[in-house]
Write a protein that binds this ligand. Structure first.
Ligand SMILES: NC(=O)C[C@H](N)C(=O)O
Length: 331
């Protein structure tokens, strides 16, 4: 029987009703006690790394999770991390950069309703996740509502219903039907994973609205090593009286900061060269663009890259180099 490590981090799945709203209180061991049938699927050992609403998860917690995987990697056949859904897509992306090429499954799961509630999705999500953790499903993925989503492509797209996650600009890796995994895609992997530990957390995101105050961008640029600007459509920077976004970006890049343009539109990604509002940003300034990557993946990838280098060319090379199919290859 395969041996799986369950790593508890909190979330709704582990939450109980308190006077001040739901709060994570159950340990991984207590979660398992709700589903005795898991012992027919695999042998499980548990570690409780933290017990947090995922709103409170930070990049330091991603590093703790990656270290936990590294320290216990050899002893288990697969890993199930229980996590709040609110920032699970960020954690999945971060672990995809911190633990690359894993031949063993690293599954993140959680729930929209606590395990103690009559109408809960916790039990099916956990059972499906343990099934997937015993399969040939390399790399980091999210198993939720019968779907298997690649870690770099997940996004929370429903705040309440069980179908919380979607795969963005990439097909599902598989689905679960009556507890059986139908795998559509097998991720490539190495003989052993490469673990990373360093992250530069001075990465910020600015979402534009029509008429954004240019001083906001200056402020964010000042306080960050990299800024992601979530712009409109296929991407570009506005210009109107009283703002000079272009000069702000230019000055920040001269100081060695990294600027990435992405889009608020969920599907199909950016293409800065299409419109005049984006063209010179790309051609003359050389800002990076996200193309089909999710914002969650861009955030985590920049932290991972800047944890390793400050060289502009190297940053650009690493940014466009696909890791776990986070970006479609561009020749
Ligand atoms: N469904 C959930 O898990 C939401 C919860 N607030 C969390 O992210 O921890």
């Amino acid at each position: 029987m395969k041996k799986i490590l369950m790593i508890g981090t909190g979330g709704t799945i582990a939450s109980e009703v308190t006077q001040d709203g739901l709060a994570p209180e159950l340990t991984s061991q207590q979660l398992l006690e709700h589903i005795p049938a898991i012992s027919e699927i695999c042998e499980v050992e548990c570690i409780q790394l933290m017990n947090l609403d995922s709103t409170n998860i930070t990049p330091n917690h991603w590093r703790l999770m990656a270290r936990c995987l590294r320290d216990h990697y050899a002893a288990y056949d697969g890993f199930v991390i229980t996590h709040g859904t609110d920032t699970m897509a960020y954690t999945a992306a971060a672990l995809s950069y911190l633990v690359q090429g894993s031949p063993k499954p690293i599954i993140l799961t959680g729930a929209q309703r606590p395990i103690g509630f009559d109408s809960t999705d916790s039990k099916i999500n956990l059972t499906d996740s343990f099934r997937c953790a015993t399969e040939d499903l390399p790399g980091v993925s999210i198993v939720f509502n019968n779907k298997v989503i690649l870690g770099t492509r997940a996004r929370k797209t429903h705040s309440k219903s069980f179908q919380a996650f979607s795969s963005i600009n990439y097909p599902l890796l598989g689905v679960l039907r009556d507890g059986c995994l139908m795998r559509y895609i097998r991720q490539d992997c190495g003989a052993a994973p490469i673990f990373y530990d360093l992250l530069d957390t001075k990465v910020s995101l600015l979402k534009l609205i029509p008429g954004t105050d240019g001083e906001l961008l200056n402020y964010v640029l000042q306080r960050s090593d990299a800024v992601i600007i979530e712009s409109f459509g296929v991407g570009g920077l506005p210009s109107y009286e009283g703002t000079d976004f272009y000069s702000s970006v230019c000055a920040a890049m001269e100081q060695g900061k990294t600027v990435v343009l992405t889009t608020q539109v969920q599907n199909e990604g950016s293409d800065l060269l299409v419109y005049n509002v984006g063209h010179s940003l790309k051609e003359r300034l050389g800002v990076l663009e996200a193309y089909d990557m999710t914002t969650e993946a861009v955030v985590a990838k920049l932290m991972w890259i800047l944890g390793q280098t400050r060289d502009r060319r190297e940053i650009e090379r690493m940014f466009y180099m696909p890791v776990a199919h986070d970006i479609l290859w561009r020749a």
